[in-house]
Design a protein around this ligand. Structure first.
Ligand SMILES: Nc1ncnc2c1ncn2[C@@H]1O[C@H](COP(=O)(O)OP(=O)(O)O)[C@@H](O)[C@H]1O
Ligand SMILES: [Mg+2]
Length: 223
């Protein structure tokens, strides 16, 4: 379980996150929506231990943020908005490179299988020749190498074709339901959010997204 209580973040005297509270249980896919600048990426960065909150409490499984941060990092997978891949390397070379950086060992066959599960079949192709959707999938596959309990995805489907979007969404649901992972991801595509998320949190003070999703019958709460 991930539990966030009264999280606050300020940059200088500008308050970005104000008393953000929410929970995610094992096996849930949860969407995070909000207008540009609402603080979605800031929140994900804090959960990913990259940025520190100014105030508040975060618990992930048995860990409380602030202590044993190295252990917490071991159970988190994070895919930031910007891709981080070696463009000149093949899919295989990329994934085997990142496997070396991971704390958990995976065989080449396991890495290959991870790509197959995601319908990313261009094992021997260079990343520079892949579509945006396939690059996204590869970045996600890399984030899953260490079998994280919590997966944080910042706009994983922005600018990619509908087919890849659909495959990614379905795969996220499968990961959550079959492996009990907790998934928190941001998107501006409300159809996608409606299709794949169990629940949604809206960040910021604008009720726009809450009204929109409530009208679509989605369970949405302000966080
Ligand atoms: N390192 C930083 N220093 C100062 N301001 C920042 C920093 N990172 C983000 N911000 C500000 O925080 C606000 C929220 O940004 P962000 O979390 O990227 O929003 P979102 O992902 O919802 O679009 C923005 O106004 C942004 O300018
Ligand atoms: Mg963002």
């Amino acid at each position: 379980m991930l539990r966030v209580v009264d999280l606050e973040k300020s940059y200088g005297n500008k308050k970005i996150l104000n008393q953000v509270s929410f929970q995610i249980s094992r096996g849930e896919v949860v969407g995070l929506v909000g207008e540009n600048g609402a603080g979605k990426s800031t929140l994900l960065n804090i959960l990913a231990t990259i940025t520190k909150a100014s105030n508040g409490f975060i618990q992930l499984g048995d860990f409380v943020y602030g202590k044993k941060m190295e252990d917490i990092r071991k159970i988190i997978g994070y895919v930031p908005q910007e891709l981080s891949l070696w463009e000149e390397f093949t899919v295989e070379q990329n994934i085997l490179f990142f496997e070396k950086l991971s704390w958990k060992r995976r065989t080449k066959e396991e890495c290959r299988q991870l790509c197959i599960d995601m319908q990313l079949d261009q094992w021997k192709e260079s990343v520079s020749s892949l579509s945006g959707g396939m690059k996204r999938k590869l970045n996600m596959a890399i984030s899953l190498l260490h079998d994280p309990m919590l997966l944080l995805l910042d706009e994983p489907t922005v600018g990619i074709d509908m087919k890849s979007k659909n495959e990614i969404g379905k795969y996220l649901v499968k990961l959550a339901k079959e492996q009990g992972k907790m998934i928190l991801y941001t998107s501006h595509d409300m159809n996608e959010i409606t299709t794949f998320c169990d629940r949604v949190y809206a960040i910021g003070n604008d009720p726009f997204y809450i009204n929109l999703l409530t009208n679509k019958g989605v369970q949405v709460e302000k966080c």
